[in-house]
Write a protein that binds this ligand. Structure first.
Ligand code: GAL
Length: 379
């Protein structure tokens, strides 16, 4: 009899957890991502934690395809914009949807920089500048993938070998990014890279988040905090001028949590250049220290995301180039300002500004970055 009751209970519990998840989390079948690109196999990997949080990641561009987190009612919301199939990603790689971008995230002025007296010319893919690693950056490569367990958490280890001269960068570079989904609802990213020649490096994750769970809503109501006292203003082509400007008194100051939409259309020159927010914030903490640097929540869903990192900069981009012309998961369009990116990184164009932190990586040294996106709710 007791045995029968236990079996019945186990059956019911399974049903409860199944019905919760099946109502909400709609996993994309991995078969939608199984193909070959230049002879290398692509796939879609699913990480789950004890609370049901689910991340789906493809090794095409080391890209987060979906990220299901609980909202204030306990329903799961997919908080990143993306597509259902690899074919869709292949035909729109220039919007940098969810991948690791690099070698150098963000812009390098005219794609030029000098190292040890030698000038290098990178590919040009954004007007006259180099953006996010070039025409065929890390975001468009097939990475080697290995599912692993790290301290009991499900994780995906992705590695990519970038040849000397790729996109104009010197040095054979090996980069590894490990995504770890922890039981406290954090998606943690551990980066490391080595080179055999002096080079530059600044990879970052480029997810379009919408914490309401759908791009039918804009992100203008999201309330944002960034722990920064200064930012790096840019010229009209979004290249930093080299100035480190105080945020106080500007519409870019997010030290007091403020809705993104509140000041986004102010006639402040920097906002006109960016067509909204598209700026690098200088994080107010000592170099290399890992701590919380930003926090953002959606009043609609209650989903709260904290960003922690050891990086000196944070590029906050408010989706100003999104046009609504692409249809993604659940027929959600890539609508104007319906996604934001918080990119943990070195400063854009760092190789051309001696007063910015160095982006140089020497042989026998290892580049590292630790960043995490942690989720909770505001009731
Ligand atoms: C951001 C960048 C923007 C834009 C966007 C992709 O990281 O700051 O200027 O290029 O990526 O559309």
């Amino acid at each position: 009899m007791i045995k029968y009751k236990i079996v019945l209970l186990a059956f019911l519990l399974q049903f409860v957890s199944y019905s919760q998840n099946s109502n909400t989390i709609k996993e994309i079948p991995s078969s939608n991502f199984q193909t070959k690109i230049n002879g290398k196999s692509t796939n879609l990997f699913t990480l789950k934690n004890k609370q049901g949080m689910t991340a789906q990641i493809t090794n095409y561009g080391a890209r987060v395809v979906s990220l299901w987190v609980p909202d204030r009612e306990g329903n799961f919301q997919d908080v990143v914009w993306g597509f259902e199939t690899i074919q869709d990603y292949l035909s729109s790689s220039d919007i940098y949807c969810g991948p690791i971008v690099g070698r150098f995230g963000n812009r390098i002025d005219k794609g030029r920089f000098t190292l040890n007296g030698k000038q290098y010319q990178l590919t040009i893919n954004n007007n006259e500048n180099h953006l996010h690693g070039g025409t065929s950056g890390f975001y468009s490569k097939v990475w080697n993938a290995k599912s692993v367990k790290i301290e009991g958490n499900e994780a995906l280890e992705l590695t990519y070998f970038s040849k000397d001269g790729e996109e104009g960068y010197p040095g054979n570079l090996t980069i590894k990014v490990t995504y770890i989904l922890t039981d406290d609802n954090s998606l943690k990213l551990l980066y490391s890279a080595t080179t055999d020649k002096t080079t530059i490096i600044n990879p970052t994750s480029h997810c379009y988040f919408n914490l309401s769970g759908t791009s039918k809503n804009t992100i203008l109501d999201h309330v944002l905090f960034i722990n920064a006292q200064k930012f790096t203003p840019t010229n009209e082509s979004l290249i930093p001028t080299g100035e480190l400007r105080n945020l106080q008194g500007t519409p870019l100051d997010f030290n007091i949590p403020t809705a993104i939409g509140e000041r986004i259309d102010n006639k402040y020159e920097q906002l006109l250049f960016g067509k909204g927010y598209d700026h690098n914030f200088i994080i107010n903490k000592p170099m290399g220290i890992y701590e919380k640097i930003a926090e953002i929540y959606s009043p609609e869903s209650g989903v709260l995301m904290a960003v922690s990192s050891d990086q000196p900069g944070l590029q906050f981009y408010s989706g100003n180039f999104m046009k609504g012309d692409l249809e993604g998961k659940r027929r959600d369009n890539h609508n104007y300002r319906s996604g934001f990116a918080l990119e943990t990184q070195n400063f854009p164009d760092a190789p051309n500004h001696p007063n910015f932190p160095s982006a140089v990586l020497e042989p026998k040294h290892t580049y590292t970055q630790t960043t995490s996106y942690s989720f909770g709710v505001v009731k």
